[in-house]
Design a protein around this ligand. Sequence first.
Ligand SMILES: [Zn+2]
Length: 394
Amino acid sequence: MAYRKIQGDQLFDGVKMFDQEDPRILIYQDSGEIEAILPPQEAGEGVQKVEGLLCPGFINTHCHLELSHMAGVIPEGTGMVEFLIQVMTRRDEGASDHLLAARLADQQMSEGGIVAVGDISNLISSLPIKAGSLLHYHTFVEVAGFVPSGAEARLGQARQVYKGMSMVLGAGQVNLVPHAPYSVSKPLFDALDVPGLTSIHNQESQAENVFYQTKEGDFLKLYNTLGLNLDFYTPYGKSSLQTWLPWMKQPHKLLLVHNVASAAEDIDFALGLAQERAQQLFWCLCPGANQYIQQTMPPLALFREKGCQITLGTDSLASNHQLSILSEMQLLQEHFPEVPLAEMLGWATRNGASALNLEHTYGRFAKGFQPGILLVSGLEGEKIRGNTQVKRLV
Ligand SMILES: [Zn+2]
């Protein structure tokens, strides 16, 4: 069997960074399957040297491919509730060819070194792109419906999308999941409390917590616009996460997305409950979208301090200028320069793979894995700059 051997200035294997002081050679098959990582004295001859950092392919754990045509439709800085209203009411605006827009977005992700995506679908429309993509897609078919009596009907519609997606993509690659605490009723949460993997938009704004605590604040505007009568709803007196998480007893893995308004006590509560139930929590951060929608950043220091498993997501082109994990890391570095590059790369590779049930194939340079091999060039020390580039070698 023919092996390729390659050495960069640095190598991140998904867990650890190796540099010039303790270099490693990556040995892999033409197929991209990893054979070994060895010190130079053990690697033999025929090593190709390249400039830059070698690392496994990036995992984008939160995207909405089907919204790609909405690039640039919603202005920046609307705030969360206004953004939601605009997404719902302007979903048909933007590029007229939705499939082409999704195809270009898929290509953009591939060219930026993304190899696998956790993608939200409300419709079946993105299926042809996913089915023909170079990327691995794990599809979360989202269910929404805040009026309890509508739960069955909403579930029925989503099951149709689930059926269509899973027939083509495989049942293990698709899950039915709740959209967000402010859009999912208790009966719907109960119906979606099943074993396996789930994903939910969580604490995207403080207004979400306020609505759960007191039935006041910005979200009333959303329900008003939707013409929704809230007589059935009694506030819980607790933050959204502390309310809904106890309802989701069965999932093995929960991917919490955004977490902009998660407080220390929310994180403690969630970690404690997850430990009791042997559930794995992943905290997906989408800083580009948080900046776009509400000029804010997630409380990263808290998540790091409490040892949360962090992953990265781009969200959609309706709320971001690009679908690039490198750009998300660059933005985080601008706001949190203290975070080591290797730690961030771990979120973008190993943690992301684990969140999507891909921990045995993606996210690490380990024997038998096929994680994609990226060459990141133009770093300035640990810093990602405007001219930093990613090239997928395999
Ligand atoms: Zn989203």
